[in-house]
Design a protein around this ligand. Structure first.
Ligand code: AMP
Length: 245
């Protein structure tokens, strides 16, 4: 059975039953890279191989946005997200801390979109130390600015299961309908041109220093992110299979 990520979305400690792993290591991974580089798509593909749990903070905020009963702090977070700004560190860290049991998942985890600042990375390191868990690698996906804008503007997301499609690179079989669950596809508010500009700025200012952070920690692995999702997955698996990966 595939992990449902139910505890990640609810924040409660629910039993998780991951399927047997294919023993690809390392399995406790942070995925880094600019918005639109394809971290979410790669996380889904990698999860099918490693069976680790896909933990996306962006998915948490999108789920809270469609829930209708968001707290005042969460409403502020959703407004920041809509503009393309980063959500305040304190809230993101609190949300992940509430779900730190997910970091103990037997089959490992793929953190997608967290950490995004050095402060978040330091908090993650504290949580891992408390749980006596070692991060295996931080994978940084590299892509040119033009390719990033093309990917973001064509991206479509399932409004129900959050599966990711692309108008040209990965179109659904029926226009605007999710291949996996049949729900409607939509463009994310933060994939509009203005929000894309803000997000790129936030990435350069806040997230790029993380690359140095993980390089200093000896955890950084770089993967070229041009090509089809399967080609990029191939590059990633090669990096993960390296003895020092
Ligand atoms: P993503 O799906 O990872 O691209 O995240 C979408 C948006 O959610 C980001 O542009 C931010 O507004 C917010 N967000 C997600 N994760 C974080 C994080 N770790 N720190 C701050 N904001 C975040």
């Amino acid at each position: 059975m595939q992990s449902t990520r139910e505890s990640w979305f609810s924040g409660a400690e629910l039993p998780c039953q991951p399927a047997p792993s294919l023993h690809i290591r390392p399995r406790r991974l942070v995925l880094l890279g600019p918005p639109g580089v394809g971290k979410g798509t790669q996380a889904s593909l990698l999860c099918q191989r490693t069976k680790g749990c896909h933990l996306s903070t962006g998915d948490l905020f999108r789920a809270a946005g469609s829930d209708g009963a968001a707290s005042p702090a969460m409403r502020q977070a959703l407004a920041a997200m809509q503009r393309g700004d980063l959500v305040a560190d304190s809230l993101v860290i609190e949300l992940v801390r509430e779900r730190s049991a997910c970091l103990k998942c037997e089959e490992g985890f793929l953190l997608d979109g967290f950490p995004r600042t050095v402060r978040q990375a330091e908090s993650l390191q504290e949580m891992l130390l408390e749980l006596n868990i070692q991060l295996d690698a931080a994978i940084c996906f590299d892509l040119s600015k033009e390719d990033i804008v093309a990917r973001l503007s064509g991206r479509r997301i399932c409004t129900s299961c959050h599966a990711v499609f692309h108008l040209t690179a990965q179109p659904p079989s029926t226009p605007n309908v999710c291949d996996l669950c049949g729900s409607r596809l939509a463009q994310r508010d933060d994939d509009q041109p203005n929000a894309i500009r803000v997000r790129m700025g936030a990435y350069e200012e806040e997230t790029q220093p993380l690359i140095k952070y993980y390089e200093r920690a000896g955890k950084l692995q770089r993967v070229p992110a041009a090509g089809t999702p399967e080609e990029i997955l191939g590059h990633t698996l090669k990096v993960l299979e390296k003895p020092d990966g």
